[in-house]
Design a protein around this ligand. Structure first.
Ligand code: ATP
Ligand code: MG
Length: 382
């Protein structure tokens, strides 16, 4: 079976690597260069997008910021999953909030902004501090402002006004202001839904961000009550979107109550641990869902952590000497802060995982891999 993925980055690569053994053949469409390529070798094919769509049995996407003409073309083929609406919703925070409201899933109080008076109203009604985000085009914490005092308003507004002015009639730009949530921690849930509406959900993951970018995720330490809230949100949103494939939802945990931060209609960085922590990874399950195959188990085999490799030229090979540790390299050229790969480490229980994280902290410098040593320490107290 041939599968086409929109986007040719590491997520397409891992979808391909995870499904070759199922006899699925993946090609990826690089939206920037408009080339159809093998996402593992990066060998470029001679297919046009139209030809690649034609020869595919199913089409999916590795990210949500896809030109709408490409989306429409894929949707018209009748083979595109999770579908045009889901991808557009994930790529526009205003549509995302509307979905959450419709499905009655709690999120941070917010206000949409298209002119300055809306910004001033948001400051009065939501109260400072605020997190202000572009509705379109943001990722990895980019396209965001923190408004801490009224003295920040003019300088931030001038940048916001530039973003609003750069929209077009067909794709107007909007901004959203959210109340800054004093969360205890961030968590996410990743689940998969098949074409018949059956859902399987991975265990809740705790996520650590550094400067707005995910640095470490850990699964296997959650209480059932919190996990159930996340699963309820997943079921409500997946059903509302008539979703097919893997859907990720990021939350703020505020004293045991989960508020949605955002959704991602795709496989997600906070689900990379499933490659070693579960029988069937998020990548394989996404491919199974879009290909119409039965879904695989999402049960946790063993507590597992994922450490992101950001901006490094290579992963220190000594990490492989730590038991049950695997490195995943994306084959990209290094740039500061760029996601280059990740490291998964598992333990038979939380204590063993903590010991292995401690060993990894010895070969992973804190400034490049923040939080490894602290996480090892925190796990000992559980
Ligand atoms: P990514 O692509 O990494 O998911 P993003 O650019 O889509 O990031 P968000 O997830 O919305 O952006 O925000 C990045 C981080 O900023 C969050 O993980 C959280 O740490 C912080 N943040 C975002 N919104 C809020 C909020 N309303 N209150 C407090 N912190 C927030
Ligand atoms: Mg996010």
């Amino acid at each position: 079976m041939n599968i086409l993925v929109l986007g040719a980055g590491q997520l397409a690569r891992m979808m391909s690597l995870s499904s070759t053994h199922l006899d699925l053949h993946v090609l990826a469409y690089d939206v920037a260069s408009k080339q159809v390529m093998n996402p593992v070798t990066f060998d470029v094919t001679s297919y046009t997008l139209a030809q690649a769509i034609e020869r595919s049995d199913a089409i999916t996407a590795e990210f949500e910021h896809i030109p709408h003409d490409v989306l429409t073309l894929c949707a018209q083929s009748g083979k595109f999953y999770p579908g045009e609406q889901a991808i557009k919703t994930g790529g526009d925070r205003a549509l995302e909030k509307a979905l959450l409201d419709k499905a009655k899933v709690a999120c941070a109080p917010y206000q949409l902004i298209t002119e300055k008076s809306h910004f001033l109203t948001a400051i009065d009604s939501l109260d400072l501090p605020l997190v202000v985000k572009t509705c379109q085009a943001g990722y990895d914490g980019k396209g965001q402002w923190r408004v801490k005092s009224k003295d920040d308003v003019e300088s931030i507004w001038s940048e916001m006004a530039q973003f609003l002015a750069s929209g077009t009639d067909t794709l107007p730009h909007t901004i959203i202001a959210e109340k800054m949530i004093p969360f205890d921690r961030e968590v996410s849930i990743i689940g998969v839904r098949d074409k018949h509406g059956e859902c399987k959900i991975y265990p809740l993951t705790e996520n650590q961000h550094t400067n707005g970018v995910l640095t470490l995720s850990i699964a296997g330490k959650e209480k059932p009550t919190i996990e159930q809230q996340a699963k309820d949100a997943f079921n409500a949103l997946a059903q509302e979107l008539d979703y097919v494939g893997v859907l990720a939802i990021e939350f703020f945990d505020v004293q045991g109550q989960l508020l949605v931060n955002e959704i991602a209609p795709r496989v997600h960085n906070s689900g990379h641990w499933t490659q070693q922590g579960c029988h069937v990874s998020q990548f394989e399950n996404h491919m199974r869902a879009v290909a119409g195959l039965p879904l695989g188990s999402t049960e946790l085999l063993r507590p597992t952590a994922m450490i992101n490799v950001l901006g490094q030229a290579a992963i220190p090979t000594q990490v492989l000497a730590v038991s049950d540790t695997t490195s995943h390299w994306y084959g990209k050229s290094a740039k500061p802060g760029r996601k280059m790969g990740h490291i998964n480490v598992s333990g038979s229980d939380l204590l063993q995982l903590s010991e292995r994280l401690e060993q990894l902290a010895k070969v992973l410098p804190e400034q490049d891999y923040p939080g490894v040593s602290q996480t090892a320490h925190n796990l000992k107290g559980i």
